[in-house]
Design a protein around this ligand. Structure first.
Ligand code: SF4
Length: 473
């Protein structure tokens, strides 16, 4: 279903980016983190001889699956039900949150333990549960940091990438009673405090909530991969497990899973395999949760599927490789994108999900360098989708924008040689006070400032090629 009409407009990217760019500590943190992950990833990918063939399989399987998504989803529902689970369908975030809140309330729980889940970030589940008096405790270390800081994630894989360890130490000292006064900023010491904070709560929780990396339609098996083991605790210790999953996460068979379990860890954390790969199929008496609910959510995905160019964004396996190579993301960080999904994938997925009218600046949050496309393990052509969305933005602005008028004037100029040559001569006269050594570095007045705000403008040459040629070389 489309969210074009009802979604509130996001704040413009350029304004938010400007604020982020002014924060030098943020830029230093981001640069260090993205470059470290990027280099490790390159090495991990270089180990695999058939990486390009794997990427191609990753692309093809998802593309084929999306073409028959309706029947695969019904197969998944039947498989989960057969294995003792219950499937719920949610049209949008509100419906999803209602379903989850009702389930938690039915079990009388006041607190739930949560594994990291972008989909529940998208639906703002924690805030919705809080309105029902239910506390959702984030158990992923980075996600816990974000929750304690009262912020939103700034990276789809490393939500607290914008914080360095000194900042995390300060936060823990302020907000965790378990933190000793002499807490160091050593990552092991910080993780230990978080572990102490979480352990009791894990054991007491009656309900766990998770997202899903994949779900296998033929068996109803759900897969979650992670590095810390907290998701495994969330999905095994409580008596009731609720998994929220976007409908595009489905894959048809176990054989398909093999491809993604190779692509994802290397692309995401530069690991050969994930430290924890949890797989569960329905419920089993006396082993793990005795009640399993799978909430399948649309929230704009079917309208993305209807977009012939944009639908490739639904192949995304949320590895974050595109964020880590993006020169724009590296400088602004994730908050500037104003949505759950940041970086290159956010610049296309968010406008596709909420409607381009509600996020018209995001398709421009890119230099179109193509690094994201090269890095993407499922070959999403992000620059192609960006251009496709920009066309929609320009189309929606109508034919009277300043840019459209300027283009029409240029078309007239380029179509008439004498007019063009005269304009060149006038241009040379006008630029004379501003041009220095072939460049205009001053800020131009009026609408022309849009160009010189962010870059220098090459000045018109003293004579054109034709003039030089005409004067006998
Ligand atoms: S678009 Fe590709 S590279 Fe970016 S997060 Fe998704 S799968 Fe990874």
């Amino acid at each position: 279903m489309s969210h074009d009409m009802e979604h509130p407009p996001l704040s413009p990217f350029p304004a938010a980016a400007r604020l982020a760019l002014a924060d030098t500590q943020l830029r230093a943190n981001l640069r260090h983190a993205t470059h470290t992950i990027r280099e490790k990833r390159d090495a991990a990918v270089a180990e695999v001889d058939d990486w390009q063939a794997l990427r191609e399989s990753g692309r093809a399987i998802k593309e084929r699956t999306l073409r028959h998504l309706d029947s695969h989803l019904l197969e998944l529902e039947a498989s989960v039900t057969r294995a003792g689970g219950t499937v719920h369908w949610a049209r949008d975030g509100d419906e999803c949150n209602r379903i989850v809140a009702d389930l938690v309330r039915a079990h009388g729980a006041r607190e739930v333990v949560k594994a990291k889940s972008l989909t529940t970030e998208e639906t703002r589940l924690n805030a919705a549960l809080a309105r029902h008096g239910i506390h959702a405790l984030e158990t992923d270390l980075a996600q816990l940091i974000i929750q304690l800081a009262g912020e939103t994630p700034s990276h789809i894989l490393v939500p607290a990438i914008h914080k360095n360890r000194a900042e995390v130490r300060e936060l823990f000292l302020r907000s965790l009673p378990q933190a000793p006064a002499d807490l160091s900023d050593d990552p092991r010491a910080l993780a230990e405090v978080a572990r102490l904070h979480l352990r009791e709560r894990f054991l007491a929780a009656g309900v766990g909530i998770s997202g899903a990396n994949f779900a296998v339609a033929e068996t109803g098996t759900v897969a979650v991969v992670e590095s810390e083991g907290n998701a495994r605790m969330c999905t095994t210790l409580p008596d009731v497990l609720i998994t929220v999953m976007g409908i595009e996460k489905l894959i048809p068979t176990w054989e398909d899973l093999e491809v993604y379990l190779q692509l994802l860890p290397r692309s995401a954390t530069a690991e050969r395999m994930n430290p924890y790969t949890s797989l569960w199929t329905g419920v089993r008496p006396g082993d793990g949760p005795q009640e399993f609910h799978l909430v399948l959510i649309d929230n704009g995905r079917t309208s993305v599927l209807a977009d012939e160019v944009g639908r490739q964004a639904l192949r995304c396996i949320r590895c974050s490789a595109c964020l880590n190579v993006c020169p724009v993301y590296e400088r602004t960080g994730g908050h500037a994108y104003g949505s759950t999904y940041s970086g290159p994938i956010g610049a296309i997925l968010t406008p596709l999900l909420v409607g381009v009218r509600n996020a018209p600046t995001l398709p421009y949050a890119s230099s179109l360098c193509g690094a994201c496309y090269e890095a993407c393990p499922v070959k999403i052509n992000i620059p192609e989708v960006l251009l496709h969305l920009r066309q929609q933005v320009v189309g929606a602005e109508g034919p009277r924008t300043r840019e459209a008028v300027a283009m029409r004037l240029l078309a007239v100029l380029f179509g008439h040689r004498q007019l063009y040559e005269r304009a060149q001569r006038v241009g040379r006269l006008l630029q004379a006070p501003l041009a220095r050594r072939g460049m205009i570095r001053a800020r131009l007045p009026g609408p022309l400032a849009g160009w010189t705000d962010a870059r220098d403008l090459p000045a018109l040459a003293a004579q054109s090629f034709r003039e030089w040629w005409g004067r006998g070389r």
